[in-house]
Design a protein around this ligand. Structure first.
Ligand SMILES: NC(=O)c1ccc[n+]([C@@H]2O[C@H](COP(=O)([O-])OP(=O)(O)OC[C@H]3O[C@@H](n4cnc5c(N)ncnc54)[C@H](O)[C@@H]3O)[C@@H](O)[C@H]2O)c1
Length: 330
């Protein structure tokens, strides 16, 4: 398979450059002043409880607070398949949650390097990180190839010394009816989805001497059969990922390495958008089966990733977090 010939190619770390200043405090102060003056001018006919609540919230200080254990600060994070799609969103989520060391693994070196550069630059340009604060490393690696994965994690070890959180989002899907599915394509799918997850989990765990978090991206297709698309090998590959997470969770529990699985439902990525825009019948079929009545937005997965990658989930291992708008409930 030509895909196996991919050579690990490593990009230089990308250091964010532009300076940034966060003006949140002054915005909060002026908002607060506006709220106070509008409370003072509140109409006399407003009911007493409403008036009391309004003035209490206007007077209340607005110190930003969030659960400290959700922070990814000082953690080295690695996301596979992060050149685009859900993996890319997940890498951004970890940085948004405080991580300053992020590794983007994807099949092609140039794609990984470009995604890393873009991620770091976007945080700086939005004023969410200062120049040089984020180290984003893009690594070209075929997760289906054990040697390629070893080389990638060796580079991570040299650069950062350890891994604190791994998210395995690299995955592929193809649709063939069972009798039409070429065996070599099934093997390739299993090599990427199952063995790719396996190789990355093992190499990351070796770099977690004090424990860490591994989040495997499965799919709701690992526990239900979604229709009408014929994709039996994809479904059983994701069932394997789901059970791999549970099995490694038990095996590594005493080493403080937690292994969990996120199983997304139908997410609206650039790829699925093109498919559904060209096939309104399929789109309506899918939508009719989702209780919340819409496809998932990739950002709907952010909370699940932040929770499972962080210390907020330190007693959660072997769990599957299904994020599917209720699809698998009916
Ligand atoms: N999009 C959805 O609706 C959905 C739903 C459930 C689960 N998932 C799962 O989420 C994950 C991401 O899906 P997506 O929709 O973002 O897909 P995508 O195709 O947009 O992105 C997958 C990324 O993985 C990379 N990749 C593929 N093979 C690789 C390999 N051998 N080595 C390294 N990188 C490789 C690709 O280059 C790409 O950047 C997959 O595991 C998929 O099965 C997606």
């Amino acid at each position: 398979m030509s895909i196996r010939a991919a050579v690990p190619a490593l990009s230089s770390p990308v250091r964010a450059r532009a300076a940034a200043a966060v003006a949140g405090a002054s915005v909060a102060a002026s908002t607060s002043a506006r709220a106070l003056s509008s409370t003072a001018a509140a109409p006399a006919q407003a009911s007493a409880p409403v008036k009391a609540a309004a003035s209490a919230s206007a007077a209340r200080p607005t110190t930003p607070r969030t659960l400290a254990s959700l922070s990814m600060a000082n953690k080295v994070c690695v996301v596979t398949g992060a050149g685009r799609g859900l993996g890319n969103l997940m890498a951004r989520t970890l940085v948004e949650s405080g991580a300053s060391d992020i590794v983007i693994i994807d099949l092609k070196r140039d794609d990984a390097a470009a995604a890393a550069a873009e991620l770091a630059a976007s945080f700086v340009s939005q004023g969410l990180a200062a120049e040089g604060e984020i180290t984003a490393l893009g690594i070209g690696c075929n997760v289906a190839d054990e040697e390629s994965v070893r080389a990638a994690f060796s580079e991570i070890e040299q650069r950062f010394g350890r891994v604190d959180a791994l998210v395995t989002a690299a995955g592929i899907v193809e649709n063939f009816k069972a009798f039409d599915y070429p065996t070599d394509k099934i093997r390739k799918l299993l090599d990427v989805n199952v063995m790719g997850t396996w190789h990355c989990a093992l190499e990351a765990a070796k770099l977690m001497p004090n424990g860490g978090s591994i989040t495997m991206i499965g799919s709701m297709s690992g526990s239900i059969v979604n229709t009408p698309q014929p994709q039996t090998p994809y479904n059983f590959s994701k069932a394997a990922v789901r059970h791999m997470a549970r099995s490694l969770a038990v095996e590594w529990a005493t080493q403080n390495i937690r292994v969990n699985c996120i199983s997304p439902g139908y997410m609206l990525t650039n790829l699925t958008k093109v498919i559904l825009d060209n096939d309104p019948v399929l789109r309506d079929q899918w939508l009719s089966k989702i209780p919340v009545g819409r496809m998932g937005d990739p950002s709907d997965l952010a909370g699940a990733v932040a929770y499972l990658a962080s210390d907020a989930s330190k007693y959660t291992t072997g769990a599957e977090l299904t994020v599917d708008g209720g699809y698998t409930c009916v």
